[in-house]
Design a protein. Structure first.
Length: 136
């Protein structure tokens, strides 16, 4: 019974910019996207190898980004539920993600006490912000 409860946790939640859908990350290593009016599951995103802690839609709504205990960040095509790019580099769990206002950059925070800045176009880490004394 306890195993069932742990595997059903919902962690990160994000509204789409048009408020038509809601994405949720889970301990089942997936992201589910729901119709915000009906509650129907529209898509299930599968790529992570561990719990999805955080997810956020891009400002234009075309993409979804997720961060996981597997230390990876994945950018998804929001309509097709297809992984567009995976970014690796954190040495700890990815706990937070954020898009830049123009959707060209991503920031990710980790239990490795760093924030990494990523270029969306090619997945290149352009900066590592350290100096935190705890998880970001």
């Amino acid at each position: 019974m306890a195993d069932t409860i742990v595997k059903s946790y919902i962690l990160g939640i994000a509204w789409s910019p048009d408020a038509m859908s809601i994405a949720s990350g889970s301990a089942q290593n997936t992201i589910k996207v729901y119709d915000s009016d009906t509650g129907d599951v529209l898509n299930t995103f599968k790529s992570h190898k561990d719990t999805v802690i955080t997810c956020k839609y891009s400002n234009n709504g075309s993409y979804l980004v997720s961060g996981s205990l597997d230390k990876c960040i994945v950018i998804w095509d929001a309509d097709k539920a297809a992984a567009k790019r995976q970014m690796d580099g954190h040495t700890g769990r990815v706990l937070s993600v954020a898009w830049s206002f123009d959707d060209l950059l991503l920031a990710s925070g980790s239990s490795d006490k760093t924030v990494r800045i990523w270029r969306v176009e090619d997945g290149l880490c352009t900066n590592i912000l350290d100096g935190h004394s705890n998880h970001v």
